[in-house]
Design a protein around this ligand. Structure first.
Ligand SMILES: Cc1cc2nc3c(=O)[nH]c(=O)nc-3n(C[C@H](O)[C@H](O)[C@H](O)COP(=O)(O)OP(=O)(O)OC[C@H]3O[C@@H](n4cnc5c(N)ncnc54)[C@H](O)[C@@H]3O)c2cc1C
Ligand code: FES
Length: 263
């Protein structure tokens, strides 16, 4: 069951690079949202229809009635969201997505690339709350792109997250795949939860292929409706030989279920 809620903007600020933080008061959605779910945000006013389609964003954190969203600015939709001020209202539809990260593993390795880390942060918080062991890897090209660094510190995850920058400007130098196997070997009943750019997700899947461990990918395919009616986000489930909607049957898929070239 999803809700179309008029959320109050509490904060909408530029963080660094192309990333902004949006803090919303949305009590109805906040009370139902689960890790890996997302919302569709209407970037315009009630009476405006350009851009017509809402834009999808992961819920990075929930605190009481509040939702936290980190968004990168690309085009019309996200540029329009940057113009919104605290105190204004914005329509959000959520919480969307049915297939989430499975909870039956004993250890989790989370791997997030760029803004994709926002697709894992709520799951990380959940794992900590229920006392399940995990480590998280957060990779970006350079330090300025570490838009969730303050959130990591403020929420006490400094010892749980290992940061990689491609240019070595912060944390470990290299790609998220650099030491991946080191974090996996020796762990029993482990699974990977991954979110980020397609190229990164593909590299993670390739890197751990020979270890034969389950890898769950939270896909951020282009979406029009976000709740299953437009069939605009379908992907082939090669195990079941059916087409599935990323927004409705996903957004999380076992890497074995899909052809990584497809999304
Ligand atoms: C389930 C889900 C969760 C998501 N979570 C987040 C999130 O938490 N934070 C976030 O920042 N984004 C997230 N996204 C991506 C976000 O929805 C898009 O970046 C957004 O819709 C872009 O809208 P726009 O109007 O600014 O760009 P558009 O006008 O739609 O596109 C402008 C140009 O930018 C390109 N473009 C659009 N989006 C991207 C992109 N993501 N990467 C590279 N190029 C792009 C387009 O191809 C086009 O050339 C998520 C997407 C999905 C499906
Ligand atoms: S976006 Fe419409 S069916 Fe998925």
């Amino acid at each position: 069951m999803y809700i179309d809620e008029k959320a109050k903007i509490l904060e909408n600020k530029h963080i660094s690079g192309k990333t902004w933080l949006l803090r919303l008061e949305a009590p109805k959605i906040a009370s139902t949202v689960k890790p890996a779910q997302f919302v569709m945000i209407k970037a315009t006013e009630d009476f405006q229809y350009d851009p017509l389609l809402r834009r999808a964003f992961a819920v990075a954190d929930v605190k009481d009635k509040e939702l936290l969203i980190f968004y990168d600015v690309y085009g019309k939709g996200t540029k329009s969201i940057t113009t919104k001020k605290a105190g204004e209202e914005i329509y959000i539809l959520g919480a969307l997505g049915k297939k989430l990260f499975p909870e039956n593993y004993d250890y989790y390795l989370l791997v997030g690339g760029g803004i994709g880390f926002a697709g894992l942060s709520l799951f990380m918080k959940y794992l900590k709350n229920i006392g399940k062991p995990f480590k998280a890897i957060y990779g970006v090209r350079r330090k300025e792109q570490l838009s969730m660094l303050d959130w990591i510190k403020e929420n006490g995850f400094e010892n749980d997250v290992i940061i990689y920058t491609e240019d070595g400007s912060f944390g470990e130098k290299g790609l998220v795949t650099k030491d991946l196997k080191k974090f996996i070997i020796g762990k029993k009943n482990i699974s990977l939860a991954v979110c980020g750019p397609k190229k990164m997700m593909k590299a993670v899947v390739e890197e751990v292929k020979d270890l034969k461990i389950p890898v769950y990918l939270s896909l951020e395919s282009k979406m029009a409706c976000g709740f299953g009616i437009c069939i605009g986000c379908v992907i082939k489930n090669i195990k079941e030989n059916t087409y599935q909607r990323v927004c409705y049957e996903g957004p999380v898929f076992n890497a074995e279920e899909i052809n990584i070239e497809d999304f």
